[in-house]
Design a protein around this ligand. Structure first.
Ligand SMILES: [Zn+2]
Length: 226
């Protein structure tokens, strides 16, 4: 069987081609994480006009990484690794683009970083609300919080949430919590891909091709109960 249909669907190719470079880079990083056996989340920091300053990926299961990044640790998240390598006080007002809604740890790292705007593709309802440090103290409430956009309501957002659930990202307790939050269809599809042996086929593709391959099976954002 061929890895790819002879005529790739137009809609995913159009969506992919229309993404700006930081979005594409974040997804390329996420894909490399999946190929490396870590959790498929990628991120990058860019200037407001799109120049990428740093990009990084999840490395929880990696046994090496670039100097200054965390690897082989539960703390080795994509956004944390981007922020860890930004020179101290050398930038302001950067845009952090990440494939998945930041967790509590990464939200805190963003709070310490020179980030004016956070963009994320897929929802991670487990961490919904864990970025709002203004509730913690009067001082935090006075600080300007980064602008936040996400999750994307399109197939790319669903794709981002799905790939993060393939492999080591979906522990039984986490899965139980996600199902209770309405993400059962995503968890079901992640299991279907793993049990059907499709993950190896997927990782042989590049991430844009994988988006096209999975596109017809992505649960629509509207089908996921809130
Ligand atoms: Zn994180």
């Amino acid at each position: 069987m061929d890895l790819l249909p002879a005529d790739p669907p137009a809609a995913p190719a159009r969506l992919w081609a229309g993404l700006d470079e930081p979005w594409q880079e974040a997804f390329r990083q996420a894909w490399e994480a999946l190929r490396s056996g870590s959790i498929a989340v990628g991120a990058c920091a860019s200037t407001a006009d799109g120049e990428i300053i740093r990009s990084a990926r999840n490395r929880v299961n990696d046994d090496q990484g670039p100097p200054g990044e965390i690897f082989g640790s539960a703390l080795a998240h994509a956004e944390t690794n981007v922020l860890a390598r930004l020179p101290f006080h050398s930038h302001r007002d950067l845009v952090l683009t990440t494939t998945l809604e930041p967790c509590l740890q990464c939200a805190a790292a963003i709070r310490f970083g020179p980030i004016a705007t956070v963009r994320f593709a897929g929802p991670d309802r487990y961490w919904d609300g864990c970025h709002d440090f203004g509730k913690l103290s009067a001082r935090e409430a006075r600080r300007v919080q980064p602008a936040r956009t996400g999750p994307r309501g399109d197939e790319l957002g669903t794709f981002a949430a799905l790939i993060a659930r393939i492999g080591p990202g979906l522990t039984p307790r986490y899965e139980e919590a996600l199902r209770a939050l309405g993400d059962g269809p995503i968890a079901d599809l992640a299991h279907e891909l793993e049990e059907g042996g499709e993950v190896a086929r997927l990782t042989a593709m590049d991430v844009g091709q994988a988006l096209g391959y999975l596109w017809p099976r992505l649960p629509s954002a509207g089908s996921r109960a809130r």
